[in-house]
Each structure stands twice: as structure tokens, then as C-alpha cells.
Write a protein that binds this ligand. Structure first.
Ligand code: FAD
Ligand code: NDP
Length: 655
């Protein structure tokens, strides 16, 4: 970070001195947490060596009997669109394809998901306390179109899941979905000009799974960013004799209760441990605390916990202030985004007015329309970082002060304070989490950045001390979305081969991210993905999905209109190189993560390692985003679309 700046009279303010002191602490705390193995410290739950642990990745919610009773999809079937993923992203794709008239026939769309139903994140995650952290009026897609009014400002998990089903029902998607099916490879065939997909459909216990080959004219990847639960490689974990499960596959048979009933009576009289203190644990811990005899919270890095302010939706407010005109949801998403990107205008109405809107420094990782491009010189980058730290400092201090004001034991309060800038991890919001540490049965086991040392049959070991447990909850997150350099194939767990058998992963490995607008890549005709890099990200993921699916649908729609039917749409390599160069100019903005404590935002610290090889540094820069934020990205896309020529694409008839 830049040293404290001198004022006009040459004086350094007290606040600047405090900030300099705090940023030294940030650096020291981050240093404690760097692990040379980076992403290698974790393993995908479904790939763990131990059969017992591997089984924890299975879908606890699927109704095999009901799905087996459906007419099976025929091997070799052909579709116009295959949408990989049936979460909010996949659903948005399907709805837009239908609404645009691109998919009107019975075999025009097939949605494929390894889950047993619609919902993606909200299918898999059903832990007690789950709710969206973004206001539901902005987060739940298609509220205007479905006419649904969320029951509260932050919808709980079951309501978010139900909404996925509502969308599927509204647009008659139930017969256009293949569940329990994992796509393994997606291969372009130049002769037929079709994509060939290979997948395995699970049929449930005692049933033979089916290997299927399907074909599609277009493939749309909506495979999410946080879908693969991971576990840290804690020695001896598989030997733990008690019950164990990951938060993404909650085991209500062990805990009692259900997604709609937080009475976790199965925990009564039990010693419960939870590893992890990220956004999930913040929601889970208060619920465990109510029922467990003893709850041990194993912490490596504390989360900053800001206020929540959950409340029921007021029907009058809904009518008069929220759903007040056509297009209100997009307007509200933009309004929320303006606060997060430090782009709110003086006197502007703060529609959402929640904790998120009080952290303009989050713009450090999503960009801001308020500032131009940061020049890639050490001085300019230091200036940029200095400004961001200063912008964040009052808020970060307030978050720490809130911890002191809530947690009665000063020693515990000190350990629960987050010593990193707000943008380094997903900010969390709760009016119950910190309070739980005032309960006599809740014990914080702070590992001072080191993590849990080992496990054995009776429990966990930290710093030589054994913590005997009956139940262990793994709240240890997901495989980082930027794994494999951010290749859309790696994060989907699919091998994708385009023209000439070229692998998408190899392309990302050798060239780095290569797209136009973050949604398609040359050599991979008629293949689109939801944007992650070379685009923009909003804190509201539903907004990112909304913008991305709208853009992709437009491209296909215009391409088909141009050729009068089936189209072959492919971005040129010149256009994607030009876009990569544009993106690289924005990379310095994201130097903001350089001072971060490791986490998935920094690929567990791997993204912070500087390489002596300029090609490697260039690849990292290509994986950046626009630094002016989502509203600016949306405007750029709208202008691009308005120009009308689909510049950068080669479009031909498929016939
Ligand atoms: P997902 O919902 O992840 O759906 C992708 C689907 O693709 C999954 O069902 C997966 O099974 C399927 N899939 C992936 N690969 C394959 C394959 N190879 N074969 C078959 N199927 C495959 N974001 C917010 O903005 N606000 C929040 O409050 C919020 N809360 C969250 C809470 C949790 C616990 C988690 C984990 C994430 C949260 N997120 C939140 C991020 C969330 O993932 C997104 O908001 C959003 O739901 C993503 O939708 P999606 O459709 O893109 O992906
Ligand atoms: P995270 O990756 O945020 O948290 C994983 C936790 O496990 C961290 O606290 C991590 O510590 C800890 N951990 C990892 N390895 C060890 C170890 N060896 N010993 C001890 N602790 C360890 O996962 P989450 O599931 O909490 O959240 C993932 C993302 O999902 C969020 O960032 C957010 O985007 C989304 N989400 C949103 C929610 C919402 O509010 N609606 C709710 C839940 C999730 P460390 O920090 O040191 O790595």
C-alpha cells in the first residue's frame, strides 16, 4: 500500500497514521495465511480418495423414483439448444430463448443438470439459515414476468428454490430438462456442424446409470461459479467416527429439522464442530448454536460481519415504491450496483439502502464508473491502492467496532475481527452470528490463520489440542471459479473440443482468456458461456446472469435473422484479440487484490504470485474485467448491439 499522503501543510493526519498501521497488520495477517500449495490444499469432494467422504457429494434431495418414472431421453437425440445447468443462469437462458422466438419447438431446448431438479445453487444448498445475501427484489430473477412478490427482503433458501420451479412452470420447462446427468465432453463436429455431448445419467441406487450421446446446434454453458464443494486436505479426516457432511449437502437425518424447519433437535446433547467461517458458516452457526450441547467453530480467517436488517416485504411499499413501473427490477439492480461500484450520484435515491450500499470500496474488485483506467505504472497503482484503502478504512473499522460492541468477551471479539480490506472476501451480513459467541455453549477455536491440523476418530486437532466431536460440518466452500486460468470448461468439469479438435482448456492455458465480451471464443462456434472474465461482475450474481444471457440471446437472434434460419456464429480471432487488448488495459485496477488475504477471489493466493515470465503476466491481465463496473459493461453491450452489425462475428448459414 502507498505510504500515508502528506496534507497541504506537509502534515500526516492521525487517520492516515492509523491506516498505515492497520495496513501493516493486513499484510502480516495475510502473510500468515499464504500456503505454498495454494489451490492444492483442497480437493473436490466428489474426487476425495475416501469412499465415505466421496459419497458426501451425492445429491441428498433427488427423487429417483419420480425421475425414473419419466419418459427417458433417447440416446442420440438432437436439440437446437442444450443449456448446461438448470440454476438461475440456465433458466434465464431458456426463458430468453423462448421469449425471443428462438426456441418454440418441442425439441428446441434441453436443459441438463447433475442436480435432481431446477435451482442450481438453491437446489444443492439447503442448510439451515440459508438466504440470499443480496436483496431478493434484485436477486430473484424474472419477478416482473412471474408476478411473484418475495416474502422478505432476503429470501430464505426454500423460497429461492421454489422460485426456480416457478420459472420452470411458467415457461413449461419441466419436460425440457434432464436431471442427475453430468456432462463429460462437448465436441464440435465439422461435418454435421453440431456439438456432440457425452454424459452420464444417474438412475439412483441399484439402477444402472446410462451413458448418453446427444447433439445440439448451440450449447450454452450456465454451469455456475460455486458448484463443486471442496474439502481441505486435513490428515485423518476420513477416520472421523462421528457424522460428517458438507454444508452444500446438508444432512437433516443427522441434525433433525428440514429446510423449512430450523428445529435441529438431532443436535441436542451433541458436540458439534464446524470448519470454516465464510458466508455459509455465518448463516449456519447461529442455527447450530441453538441446539448443539457444545458448538466448536474452527476458524482460520474471520469474516467481516455487517448488519443484515431482514424484514418482511411490506405490500404497500411493494406496490408504491418497489414494483412501481415496468422495468423496475433492472432499474433496481442498477441502483444497487451503483453503490457497490462507488458510482452513486450525489442526492440519488438509495432504493435498497442495506449494508451492501455502505461499502463503496467493494468497487476494488468489480470496478467503478467514477475513475478512468489505472495506468500500469508503480506510482499510479500505488495511488489507486492508497485511495481504495482510504475509502475502505472507515467502514472496515466500523465492522471491527461492531464486533467489539456485540461480542462480550474481549478476547473472543478480538479473534473475530477481520483484518483485510472489505473486498478480499465476500462481505457477510448477520444480526445473529456474532451474538452466538455470547452463548455459553459456543466456542471459537481460532487457529490463527493456520487451519485445522488434523482429524482422528474422535474429533479435530488444533495446536496439539484435541476437540472431541459427535458431528462435524464442513463449511469449507467451493472449488475456485478461476481454476484452470478461468477456463469455462475446467470450472464446468467438462472437456470441450472445438474446430480441429482444439481443447478450450489448452487455449486458456496457452493464450489465457480469449473471448468477445466474455461469452464466446473463436474456434468454438455456437458455444456460449455466462461471463466471468473479460466482462464484468456484479456483487449481485443474478444481475451478471441477466446481462450475460440477454447479450448471448441477442447475438443468436440477430445471427439467425441475418441468415434466415439456422446460423453458425463464431467470433473471429482478430475480434477476440482486440477485446483482450482492451481488457488488459483495465487490469491495473484489479491490483487491488494484491494486499488480500488468500481466498477464492485470489485463487487461494496463486493469483497474487508474480511471474518473471512476461507471457504469464500477460495471460493474467487477459483474465481481467472491465474496470468501470457492470453498468458501464451493460452500456457497452447495448451500444454494440445498437450498432447492429454484430462486429467481430462471422455468421454463416448452417445449412
Ligand atoms: P448455479 O446455480 O451454480 O447452477 C449451475 C448448475 O450447473 C448446477 O446445478 C450444477 O449442478 C450444474 N452443472 C455444472 N457443471 C455441470 C456438468 N458438467 N454437468 C451437469 N451439470 C452441471 N449470489 C448472489 O448474488 N447472492 C447470493 O445471495 C448468493 N448466495 C449464494 C449462496 C451459496 C450457498 C452459494 C454457493 C452461492 C451463492 N451465490 C449468491 C452465488 C450463486 O451461485 C449465484 O447467485 C447463482 O445462483 C448462480 O446461478 P447459476 O445458474 O449461474 O449457477
Ligand atoms: P468460503 O470459501 O467462503 O469459506 C470456506 C471457509 O473454510 C473459510 O472460512 C476458510 O478459511 C475455511 N477453511 C478452509 N480450509 C480450512 C482449514 N484447513 N482449516 C480451517 N478452516 C478452513 O465458502 P462459503 O461456503 O462460506 O462461501 C462461498 C461463497 O458462496 C461465498 O463467498 C459467497 O459468494 C457464496 N455464499 C453466499 C451466501 C449468501 O449470503 N447468500 C451464503 C453462502 C455462500 P479461509 O478464509 O482462511 O480460507
Amino acid at each position: 500500500m502507498a505510504p500515508p499522503a502528506e496534507g497541504a501543510n506537509g502534515a500526516v493526519s492521525a487517520q492516515d497514521l492509523k491506516l498505515a498501521e492497520v495496513s501493516q497488520k493486513y499484510t502480516a495477517e495475510a502473510a500468515k495465511r499464504f500456503r505454498p500449495e495454494g489451490l492444492g490444499q483442497f480437493i473436490r469432494l466428489k474426487e476425495v480418495g475416501s469412499e465415505r467422504l466421496r459419497a458426501l457429494a451425492e445429491d441428498p434431495w433427488v427423487d429417483h423414483a419420480a425421475l425414473n418414472a419419466k419418459e427417458p431421453i433417447k440416446d442420440g437425440s438432437k436439440y437446437k439448444f442444450i443449456v448446461l445447468g438448470a440454476g438461475y443462469g440456465g433458466l434465464l437462458y431458456a426463458v430468453r430463448l423462448i421469449e425471443s422466438g428462438l426456441a418454440t419447438g418441442p425439441d428446441d431446448i434441453l436443459m441438463i443438470d447433475s442436480a435432481g431438479g431446477f435451482g442450481g445453487t438453491w437446489w444443492w444448498n439447503r442448510y439451515p439459515g440459508l438466504h440470499c445475501d443480496i436483496e431478493s427484489y434484485c436477486y430473484m430473477p424474472l419477478l416482473e414476468e412471474t408476478g411473484y412478490i418475495p416474502k422478505s427482503k432476503y429470501a430464505p433458501g426454500p423460497e429461492l428454490l421454489e422460485h426456480a420451479d416457478r420459472i420452470a412452470t411458467h415457461w413449461k420447462l419441466h419436460d425440457k430438462a434432464l436431471f442427475r446427468s453430468s456432462v463429460k465432453t462437448i465436441r464440435w463436429d465439422d461435418a454435421s456442424r453440431l456439438w456432440n455431448l457425452e454424459l452420464t445419467e444417474g438412475r439412483g441406487p441399484g439402477e444402472q446409470s446410462r451413458e448418453l450421446k446427444l447433439q445440439a446446434r448451440y450449447v450454452l454453458l450456465a454451469s455456475g461459479i460455486l458448484t463443486n464443494p471442496q474439502v481441505p486436505k486435513v490428515p485423518g479426516l476420513e477416520t472421523f467416527a462421528g457424522s460428517i457432511f458438507h454444508t452444500a449437502r446438508w444432512n437433516y437425518q443427522v441434525t433433525g429439522g428440514s429446510p423449512n424447519d430450523e428445529a435441529l433437535t438431532g443436535l441436542e446433547g451433541k458436540r458439534v464442530g464446524i470448519i470454516g467461517t465464510g458466508a455459509t458458516a455465518i448463516q449456519v452457526v447461529p442455527k447450530l448454536a441453538k441446539y448443539a450441547k457444545e458448538l466448536y467453530v474452527f476458524q482460520r480467517t474471520p469474516s467481516g460481519v455487517w448488519w443484515r436488517g431482514q424484514r418482511p416485504t411490506d405490500p404497500e411499499e411493494w406496490k408504491t415504491k418497489i414494483a412501481r413501473k415496468k422495468g423496475w427490477q433492472r432499474e433496481r439492480m442498477l441502483n444497487l450496483d451503483s453503490y457497490l461500484t462507488d458510482g452513486a450520484e450525489e442526492g440519488q435515491e438509495n432504493m435498497v439502502a442495506d449494508g451492501w450500499t455502505e461499502m463503496p470500496a467493494f468497487s476494488a474488485v468489480i470496478g467503478s464508473p467514477r475513475h478512468g483506467i489505472v495506468e500500469p505504472t508503480p506510482e499510479k497503482i500505488a495511488e489507486h491502492l492508497g485511495r481504495l484503502y482510504k475509502l475502505d478504512f472507515p467502514h472496515a473499522e466500523e465492522v471491527r467496532a461492531r464486533t467489539d460492541s456485540i461480542v462480550k468477551d474481549p478476547e473472543t471479539a478480538a479473534k473475530l475481527k477481520a483484518w483485510y480490506p472489505t473486498w478480499c472476501k465476500r462481505p457477510t451480513f448477520s444480526d445473529e452470528y456474532l451474538q452466538a459467541f455470547n452463548l455459553p455453549n459456543v466456542h471459537l477455536v481460532d487457529t490463527d490463520g493456520k487451519g485445522v491440523d488434523s482429524a482422528n476418530s474422535s474429533g479435530l486437532v488444533v495446536a496439539g489440542k484435541e476437540y472431541p466431536l459427535d458431528i462435524l460440518v464442513l463449511s469449507t466452500g467451493y472449488v475456485t471459479p478461476s481454476i484452470g486460468g478461468g477456463s469455462p470448461a475446467v470450472r464446468t468439469g467438462v472437456e470441450i473440443y472445438g474446430r480441429g479438435g482444439k481443447s478450450l482448456d489448452d487455449k486458456w492455458q496457452t493464450q489465457g482468456a480469449s473471448t468477445l465480451h466474455g461469452v464466446c471464443s473463436s474456434g468454438f462456434p455456437n458455444l456460449f458461456f455466462t461471463p466471468l472474465s473479460q466482462s464484468s461482475q456484479a456483487s449481485n450474481n443474478a444481475f451478471t446472469l441477466d446481462v450475460g444471457t440477454e447479450h448471448v440471446t441477442h447475438i443468436i437472434e440477430k445471427a439467425e435473422a441475418r441468415v434466415g434460419g439456422d446460423a453458425l456464429v463464431e467470433v473471429t480471432s482478430e475480434a477476440e484479440e482486440a477485446w483482450a487488448l482492451e481488457i488488459m488495459q483495465h487490469a491495473s485496477w484489479f491490483a487491488s487484490v494484491m494486499g488480500c488475504t488468500p481466498g477464492y477471489i485470489t485463487s487461494e493466493g496463486e493469483a497474487l504470485q508474480r511471474s518473471a515470465d512476461p507471457m504469464e503476466m500477460a495471460k493474467k491481465a487477459r483474465g481481467s474485467n472491465l474496470s468501470q463496473g457492470m453498468a458501464a459493461f451493460l452500456k457497452l453491450l447495448q451500444e454494440y448491439r445498437a450498432e447492429g452489425s454484430l462486429k467481430g462475428f462471422e455468421i454463416a448459414s448452417r445449412a
